[in-house]
Design a protein around this ligand. Sequence first.
Ligand SMILES: NC(=O)c1ccc[n+]([C@@H]2O[C@H](COP(=O)([O-])OP(=O)(O)OC[C@H]3O[C@@H](n4cnc5c(N)ncnc54)[C@H](OP(=O)(O)O)[C@@H]3O)[C@@H](O)[C@H]2O)c1
Length: 165
Amino acid sequence: MAKQRIIAITGASGGLAQEIVKHLSPSDGIILLGRDKDKLEKCYRHVENKTCLAIDIRDDNAIKELVDYLYQRFGRIDVFINNAGFGEFKSYDNYTSQEVRDMFDINTFATMTFSRFMAEKMVEQGHGHIVNIASMAGKIATANSSVYAATKFAVIGFSDALRLE
Ligand SMILES: NC(=O)c1ccc[n+]([C@@H]2O[C@H](COP(=O)([O-])OP(=O)(O)OC[C@H]3O[C@@H](n4cnc5c(N)ncnc54)[C@H](OP(=O)(O)O)[C@@H]3O)[C@@H](O)[C@H]2O)c1
């Protein structure tokens, strides 16, 4: 039987997360992270070996506490997928500063914060993968994607540097 992997994913109620989970082994332990635990339980009622947890990923302290809790409970995480993210598409002059910050909080800063706390633990455990979901918008910018593209260019630059470290 395949060795059980412990795999965690943020933004787990979303379309891409649900597709990713379909491709995991039934023996994997899957940690589904999102804003709404009940929604996660409903989306994944057919999935065994799952744990659904609610978290506000804008809060660095909540992320730190969650990572500590996951290690207490599961002992290790083999794969962590930073998937939560959203886009809004409109001309840059129609954005407020708050809207820009909100998109960076979810798409970029939460990814960076999870990566930092997870990488510390993975170095201690001696293995692990962090997967950061970016976008083609992080490679090619188009009109009306200024803020989304900026958040995803940042994710790709950050991830490339982290990989080298
Ligand atoms: N769809 C595409 O065409 C496409 C293309 C390239 C890249 N991507 C990227 O792929 C990832 C997944 O996208 P998707 O297509 O699966 O989108 P989706 O169906 O809208 O799901 C994204 C998930 O991210 C979380 N999220 C969204 N806004 C949030 C907020 N303000 N605060 C906290 N969490 C929030 C939500 O999860 P919870 O409700 O569980 O918290 C949501 O279900 C994103 O990073 C996206 O940028 C998508």
